[in-house]
Design a protein around this ligand. Sequence first.
Ligand SMILES: [Zn+2]
Length: 266
Amino acid sequence: MADYTINVGNVEMTALADGVSMRDPLAIFPGSSLQEWRLVPGALYAGDEIMSRVGTTAVRSEGKLIVVDTGLQMPGAQLLEDMKRRGVDRDAVDLVVMTHLHGDHVGWNLTNGQPTFPNARYLIPKADWDFWTQEDVMSDYPHIGQQVTPLEEHKVLDLMEDEYQITSELTTMLTPGHTAGHTSIVISSAGEKGFILGDVANNPVQITHSQWTPIFDMNPGMARRTRRAVLEMLEQEGHLVSAGHFPDPGFGHIVKVSGRRYWRGV
Ligand SMILES: [Zn+2]
């Protein structure tokens, strides 16, 4: 069975999920073809669909419990049950960090109008806050008014610039393109390195086909450049990666075999 908790030096990561959704790969990646998908082992499920996990990573660092992204809270959502199953107490969460403000990353910020994590500060990349809280954007994306802006009224919100130090072991890295302020997290502890990817890639196929950009990438050109630079770094430095939308539990490495990069799950 897959290991849902894994260490990077003294930092512990636990994979959590709010659920999974099955999707048509060509609708999500219009630049791809079914023939190419079929050449990638494990990429397609029954009916030629791809799977997207709605993942969250819980991180323990220097006595702090940090939750990165909060799922979608769709019908049948499982995040709170999954936290119980994996020993993550929501009352004990010190910080909630959002990689970006898409609806499937902020869904459990609040429950019935109250912070789901009652003792936590909530951290949002400033460039994403600035974009998503514009009046015309908010009217198109109701999840912002439901799950994001109330954090300010509850006085639990902090905004992060690039290279924000969450703990001395966890530092944010601006990885824009998917959204304007999209942010990943670099883990560095006891000589080991880890990386919380966010949506720099939405499917493991993008490790090999880094030019494939899903319809969710708001600036596709910038998302591609960011993806290539990040993958290069992860491959060369050997980070243990936590990828929220990749199949359970979403931990793995970027490896190069015969000149091509692949996702190697652990
Ligand atoms: Zn996203």
